[in-house]
Design a protein around this ligand. Structure first.
Ligand SMILES: *Cc1c(COP(=O)(O)O)cnc(C)c1O
Length: 343
């Protein structure tokens, strides 16, 4: 049995999703006349409580366009040091928008309104103006940790009080919403822009939707076009996303239960130290108690037995997603135990 727990991006579209793509009515997305894209945008803007929305091929482009739209060149932007925007987007904020990062070393990927105030600079003849605050919900590199809605509200309000904009990288916002039991719109109520990804837990092959005010989305459209992100019969893509939106949100609960179960199994292993006792969402991080075991050797042994997991920073990462069952994580935990007992 081959099991791939490297990331929740590893899901494959099922037959029903492919059917939804096949039968999606299409038009010209660049002219805003694709009916399936229009349906998707209305549904996502509604769920996130925002006025308007724009369809983009990836989450990385959502972040790039949000920064480009909110900031001027030479501005500074606050984000957590381990966030995806800081670590994994090829320096997009600087390369594309000329924005310098103002990193907060947070706790579990999160920070507070007081951190926003401490890192804010109004800007002067000599200093960059801090004009944007970004948060990530859930926090990928911290282990899928979830911000409480109240903290998000405080951070968003602190940004506004200082004249800044607030942006939410909601790649896994639906996971966070399932975890907190609070509607997605409550999480981003105080944020000027927010996006969700369809290629993570929702299981689509592509697509992300960025939301904000009508004015924000008008400018975002210009950036989308400039970056070559304007499309034609994108209803084929949006069909997959709509299917995911309608069918794959509630079931994220199963991914969270499977991640917790896997974490509980790992915890029984004396060679393993899990990062969290309680898993917030679908991401598990762990390290090995015997630090002398080389990562490449460990990963290779797992791979020989059909298991693929991630290696991020100093730890190992396992992510559950649609198609991964309780039996899969059970098998994965026993494969890890087997390999560790041999090394
Ligand atoms: C995956 C991810 C992104 C980037 O999304 P893509 O659709 O892969 O470009 C951004 N932020 C976070 C937190 C992510 O996990």
């Amino acid at each position: 049995m081959q099991i791939n727990l490297y990331s929740d991006t590893q899901s494959k579209p099922n037959e029903a999703m492919r059917d939804a793509m096949f039968s999606a009515p299409v038009g010209d997305e660049q002219k805003s006349t694709d009916p399936t894209v229009a349906r998707l945008l209305e549904a996502v803007a509604g769920k996130l409580g925002k006025e308007s929305a724009i369809f983009l091929p990836s989450g990385t482009m959502c972040n790039a366009i949000a920064v480009a739209t909110h900031c001027a060149r030479g501005d500074a932007m606050i984000a957590e040091t381990g966030s995806h925007m800081m670590r994994y987007e090829a320096g997009g904020m600087s390369a594309l928008s000329g924005v310098i990062p103002e990193a907060i070393v947070g706790h579990e990927g999160r920070y507070g309104a007081d951190d926003v105030q401490a890192h804010f600079h109004p800007g002067s003849r000599y200093t960059p103006a801090t004009t944007l605050v970004a948060v990530e919900q859930s926090c990928n590199l911290a282990g899928g940790t979830v911000w409480p809605v109240e903290t998000l509200n405080e951070v968003g309000r602190a940004a506004k009080a200082l004249g800044m904009k607030a942006h939410m990288d909601g790649a896994r916002l639906f996971n966070a919403s399932i975890s907190t039991g609070r509607a997605p719109a409550e999480h981003c109520a105080e944020f000027d822009s927010v996006w969700v990804d369809f290629t993570k837990g929702l299981g689509a092959p592509f697509g992300a939707v960025l939301c904000g005010s009508r004015e924000f989305i008008d400018t975002a459209w210009q950036w989308k076009h400039r970056l070559g992100g304007a499309m034609r019969q994108a209803g084929i893509m949006a069909g997959a996303c709509l299917y995911a939106l309608e069918n794959n949100i509630e079931r994220l609960r199963d991914d969270h239960a499977n991640a917790q179960y896997f974490n509980d199994l790992l915890k029984q292993n004396p060679f393993v130290r899990v990062r969290h006792d309680k898993v917030d969402t679908n991401i598990v991080y762990f390290t090995l108690t015997n630090a002398s075991i080389a990562a490449n050797q460990f990963l290779e042994r797992l791979s020989e037995r059909g298991l693929k997991i991630g290696h991020v920073g100093a730890g190992y990462r396992v992510v559950t997603y649609i198609g991964i069952t309780k039996a899969h994580v059970e098998q994965a935990a026993s494969t890890i135990a087997e390999v560790l007992s041999e090394i």
